[in-house]
Design a protein around this ligand. Structure first.
Ligand code: HEM
Length: 489
């Protein structure tokens, strides 16, 4: 059995550790991390962090030993103002109950109803595009994904950056982007860590003060923009808007059938005394779903278009599949026929996983592989690295959607493909996203061709998600299939 200190350290660290590499050139750094071994150690300031780089070890952390971990505080701090105590960041009993309440809303049979909405939103955005127009597909897919989740959650017919709610969310999310890899965040986490480490040793007379200080540090007040007027105003607008919608659904129960109404009426099958979520909890869940649900899907769609442009053979296959659909809206049943399209979408998420790192903190001593970790150890599982584990994914940089043929999928170790995470904290919206991806691709490709300069390499850049740097510029060529656009507009 090894101790964390015996795990090989990734080259390139300075006295302050590897933080600068993580921040400035994360993906090249991840290549180094992956090359260091199945387990690799990096340092942030004086803190050791264990990178877990194979499917089997990732499975140990995320699935088999999931109970020994919580999410690392970084993501909770980043999402503090927008997501509050929503599902993405909550822990313990609160998370367990909320997951139980919300899981039925996201099961495949429950989300079939959203297929038509996905098609309609994509059609609406398409109808605004002109032949020959220069667009950024990353932006267009964001408009679509925002519209889709806006419709599903709030029954909002248009939800774009131009709307009050969309604008407030976009401003509020800038805070997350601005701070995602900042040294201030690392310092704040280090402070939390220190407060937790001394908890058991605080003298009785100082215990209250310690708890108050610890509670105060749940708010990421030192982060860039936390106190800025624009950020605060955006959060206030967001709260007001969402609370108004909640009040409206409480006043007129049964009038709307959106996710917000369903969150309000969700009851706990295991606890009859539970009278439903508070308004604040519903607000936190709704905003969390909005944030978690749109940018991830939008970036995966943008990458899919880019990869198809670079692989015309695959583009032709998808096009043939899409053109074979009957005219009219693409519904749940037809989406099930988009087999090649789904494989392309999955392979896009393998090469460019929108969430490129999942962070965990141990709640108790735990063994991963042959390494014994004390409690409060930080572990990173990077889908970007695991998706490039060569023994599992031969020639990992090659785009090959056939990797997702059923026999190939069955032959791979569990947790080899992790765009949605794995285990109890796996993405609750994964079926939703896997329905939306193919429907949006098919809707757009049926009515238009998007000419992308395939000779230009687009690099990924790490913000809140792994975005195409500079977007995906394309020229719209509307296809002569009259009826496709008009039918559902
Ligand atoms: C391509 C699209 C998407 C990707 C790649 C993605 C990725 C992820 C990942 C990696 C996690 C787990 C994070 C971790 O374990 O640390 C997660 C969790 C989550 N996702 Fe997604 N997501 C996508 C779409 C969606 C959609 C459409 C929704 C909702 C409408 C959603 C809602 C959530 C929520 C609420 C969680 C937290 C679940 C929990 O902790 O219980 N996501 N997502």
């Amino acid at each position: 059995m090894r101790a964390l200190n015996d795990v090989p350290e990734v080259p390139g660290g300075t006295r302050l550790g590897h933080g600068h590499l993580f921040k400035d050139d994360r993906l090249s750094f991840f290549a180094e991390v992956g090359a260091t071994g199945p387990l690799a150690r990096v340092r942030f300031l004086r803190r050791n962090v264990l990178f877990v780089n194979t499917p089997e070890l990732a499975h140990e952390v995320l699935v088999e030993s999931a109970r020994a971990f919580e999410k690392s505080p970084g993501i909770r701090l980043l999402l503090h103002y927008v997501g509050g105590h929503g599902l993405f960041t909550s822990e313990g009993e609160l998370w367990r109950r909320q997951r139980r309440l919300m899981a039925p809303l996201f099961q495949p049979n429950a989300i079939a109803r959203y297929a038509r909405q996905m098609h309609e939103v994509a059609t609406r955005v398409l109808s605004e595009l002109r032949d020959g127009q220069q667009v950024d597909l990353a932006r267009e897919t964001t408009r679509i994904a925002m519209g889709v989740v806006g419709k599903a959650l709030f029954d909002a017919d248009t939800l774009t950056e131009a709307d009050e709610l969309g604008a407030a969310l976009t401003t509020a999310l800038r805070f997350v982007d601005d701070n995602a890899a900042s040294s201030r965040l690392l310092v704040h986490i280090a402070a939390l860590d220190l407060l937790d480490a001394v908890r058991g040793r605080v003298p009785a007379r100082l215990r209250d003060a310690h708890e108050r200080l610890r509670a105060a540090f749940e708010e990421p007040f030192v982060l860039e923009g936390a106190r800025s007027g624009a950020h605060r105003a955006a959060i206030a607008r967001l709260d007001r808007k969402v609370m108004e919608m909640i009040a409206d659904r409480r006043r007129h129960p049964g009038e709307r059938d959106d996710l917000l109404a369903r969150l309000l009426s969700a009851r706990d099958a295991e606890d009859a005394s539970f009278a439903g979520m508070t308004d604040k909890q519903v607000r936190d869940e709704a905003v969390t779903l909005f944030i978690a649900g749109h940018e991830t899907t939008a970036t995966s769609l943008a990458w899919s278009f880019y990869l198809l442009a670079r692989h015309p053979g695959w583009r032709a296959k998808v096009q043939a599949e899409v053109d074979a659909l009957p005219p009219g809206p693409i519904d749940f049943a037809q989406a099930a026929r988009l087999d090649v399209t789904l494989r392309v979408f999955k392979e896009a998420m393998r090469i460019y996983p929108p969430v490129e790192v999942l962070a965990r903190r141990s709640l108790e001593p735990v063994t991963i592989g042959d390494v014994r970790l004390p409690s409060r150890s930080i572990l990173f599982v990077s889908p970007w690295i695991v998706h490039r584990h060569a023994p599992t994914w031969p020639d990992p940089e090659r785009f090959d959607p056939d990797r997702f043929l059923p026999a190939a999928e069955a032959a791979r170790p569990r947790s080899a493909w992790l765009p949605f995470g794995a285990g109890p904290r796996v993405c609750i919206g994964n079926h939703f996203a896997m329905l939306e991806g193919p429907i949006v691709l098919a809707t757009l490709m049926r009515a238009a061709r998007f000419d992308i300069d395939a000779t230009r390499t687009i690099e990924p850049e790490t913000f809140a998600t792994l975005r195409p740097k500079g977007g995906v510029p394309a020229v719209v060529r509307l296809r002569a299939r009259p009826g496709d656009l008009a039918e559902t507009a």
